[in-house]
Design a protein around this ligand. Structure first.
Ligand SMILES: [Zn+2]
Length: 445
């Protein structure tokens, strides 16, 4: 991508007016702040986690660059969760300023977008880590009624990604970013499948291609080249979510795995690893799933127009989530999402998929990455390749359960849905997938 800044304006229909990236992007801050600001005071929004760049305190550096601004700090010495109370308190404290400057990683940027959307103030976002692709999009991940939800908020008016800040970010965040970036080797296959089946779409290669190109050099031996690939891959990922107006091009089965792990931890009151760390290991797993299904299942040979969800689907959905929430509330919530998917399936015309199956599969598998390459890329950055390497570790039994639950959670069709319909989403298949993922993780590619 030669001109990320121009691409950002195009993807956001002009809302993201400036995307400043590179070795000295922070130098743009004073002029950017003056240009964007409406009349009124300026607010500097951050949390109290220390952040540095080039060996100095980043928040003080930004404050010095922009001049007078009122500091609003959220999260009292603890990781910030964007639940209703936290968001409302921040919105009230920020008020209606002429400019919001956010300094932080994903959570603070997401909060900045919500605060900007609510107050109408322009948002100048200073990104402090390459941890997820959610900086450069008009969405925020919030916790609503105890469940994580991605909600529309607003584009940052400008986004500043300075290499010096990214390089100084906690390595754990950067490794998670690698995991989120390689979802592009898994998610487009699920998106393509859903689009061809008429449940989403239209599919457009031009949406995913810039991200695929950007991550090509993610495991480059030159750390500068690899970091550029990481930052640009994530930034482009956010931008194309914006143009597709859906997270589907970058969120398939591998993201479902991460969501189910989050839901499990929330229900049990336990910890879970960072989003991107889970997504990275899940990308190895879900690309192994595609390979295993092609090698040993008959679903791709069946007439999809004759498939339907099983009669006992509702029992399966409720039974799955009763393990996490015996009250049945979670089960009911997931069931209503799944019923939407069933209705869409029943209404869709699948006959075209039966006619051109060879061409369909060839294109589809063009989007399925090699699990060994995903594993090697994660290992290159020191990121978790197996679920047992996550913090806390996820053991094989929990992982098998997580996989089994995938088709029973959301309204978005992915490969496991087809396997439920073909009667092949069995414990035996899941064991074979886990073995294949393990073999990819231990290969010396
Ligand atoms: Zn993600």
């Amino acid at each position: 991508m030669t001109d990320l800044d121009a691409f950002a304006r195009r993807c956001s229909a002009g809302a993201l007016t400036r995307l400043a990236t590179g070795p000295a992007a922070l130098d743009d801050l004073p002029a950017l702040a003056r240009r964007l600001a409406a009349p009124g005071e300026w607010v500097l929004l951050s949390d109290d986690t220390a952040k540095t760049a080039a060996g100095v305190d980043l928040l003080s550096w930004v404050a010095g660059l922009i001049g007078e601004a009122r500091l609003v700090t959220v999260g009292d010495h603890a990781p910030v969760t964007l639940d209703e109370a936290t968001v409302e308190a921040a919105v009230a404290e920020v008020g209606t300023p002429g400019l919001v400057v956010s300094v932080g990683s994903g959570t603070i940027t997401d909060l900045g977008k919500v605060v900007a959307a609510r107050s109408g103030a322009p948002l100048l976002a200073v990104q402090t880590a390459a941890s997820v692709n959610g900086y450069s999009d008009p969405l925020s991940v919030l916790v609503i009624g105890g469940a994580k939800r991605t909600k529309p908020s607003t584009w940052p008016t400008a986004l500043v990604i300075d290499d010096r800040a990214i390089r100084a970010a906690p390595p754990r965040l950067t490794r998670a970013g690698v995991g989120d970036a390689i979802a592009i080797w898994s998610a487009p296959a699920d998106w393509y499948l859903a689009c061809r089946l008429g449940l989403d779409g239209p599919f457009d290669d031009a949406v995913v291609r810039p991200v695929l190109d950007a991550v090509e050099q993610l495991a480059d031996p030159d750390p500068e080249v690899a970091q550029r690939a990481l930052v640009d891959g994530l930034t482009l990922g956010g931008l194309v979510i914006g143009i597709a107006d859906s997270t589907a091009p970058l969120s398939g089965s591998e993201h479902l795995v991460s969501h189910v792990l989050d839901m499990t931890a929330m229900a049990r009151g336990t910890e879970h690893d960072l989003h991107g760390a889970q997504v990275g290991a899940a990308t190895v797993l879900c690309t192994a799933l595609w390979q295993e299904v092609r090698a040993s299942c008959r679903v791709f040979d069946l007439r999809w127009s004759e498939l339907s969800y099983p009669d006992d689907l509702a029992e399966r959905v409720l039974g799955t989530w009763a393990e996490l929430d015996p009250s049945g509330r979670l089960g009911q919530e997931c069931l209503s999402a799944v019923q939407g998917k069933v209705a869409a399936w029943d209404a869709a015309d699948k006959t075209a998929c039966d006619k051109g199956r060879g061409e369909l599969l060839e294109t589809l598998f063009g989007y399925v990455g090699d699990p060994a390459r995903s594993a090697a890329t994660l290992r290159h950055w020191g990121a978790a390749v197996r679920f047992g390497e996550l913090t806390p570790a996820v053991d094989r039994e929990q992982l098998a359960w997580t996989l089994s639950a995938l088709p029973y959670m959301r309204d978005r069709l992915t490969l496991p849905d087809l396997l439920v319909m073909s009667g092949e989403w069995t414990p035996e298949l899941i064991e074979r997938v886990l073995d294949r993922a393990e073999a990819s993780a231990s290969s010396n590619r």
